[in-house]
Write a protein that binds this ligand. Structure first.
Ligand SMILES: [Zn+2]
Ligand SMILES: [Zn+2]
Ligand SMILES: [Zn+2]
Length: 142
């Protein structure tokens, strides 16, 4: 599987480095994780990697389109490796849990704006806010 990540990096003209491979591996196994979590995951494998190195890797991978950065209002930035499909997120107001939501079923993808005002649209940011099942259960049992 490392060769898979190496190919991804080469495809966007990024040098193959161990921290970059480790971040890609971490995001393959964990979705919507914040920077601290990525650092912890990378360090489990490479204890000497600095915080700054992980920040730099996340920025480079995000800029190259291999990683997507999402930041729901009022929340810290999270990262995921599911890119290129303009999927949306549902966020729990209580605990901050995040799940993927595909574009609305039965409707044209919201990237097709009803009026784009001449802009070349490449992203539609839709966030569904609510209460996750875990928090709803907790609330009901109180
Ligand atoms: Zn919750
Ligand atoms: Zn997602
Ligand atoms: Zn949509």
């Amino acid at each position: 599987m490392p060769s898979d990540f190496e190919a991804q990096l080469r495809a966007v003209s990024l040098r193959v480095t161990r921290p970059r491979l480790a971040v890609l591996a971490a995001l393959r196994d964990h979705s919507h994780v914040d920077t601290d979590t990525v650092i912890a995951l990378v360090r489990a494998d490479q204890p000497t990697v600095s915080h700054q190195a992980v920040y730099d890797v996340l920025r480079a991978l995000t800029d190259a389109g291999l990683v997507r950065r999402i930041q729901p209002a009022g929340a810290i930035a999270r990262y995921e490796s599911r890119v290129g499909d303009n999927h949306h997120h549902v966020v729990c107001r209580s605990c901050g849990a995040i799940a993927d939501v595909d574009c609305a079923v039965g409707h044209a993808p919201c990237l097709t704006a009803s009026d784009d005002h001449g802009f070349a649209v490449d992203e539609a940011e839709v966030v569904y806010w609510g209460t996750c099942p875990g928090c709803a259960t907790e609330r009901n049992s109180q």
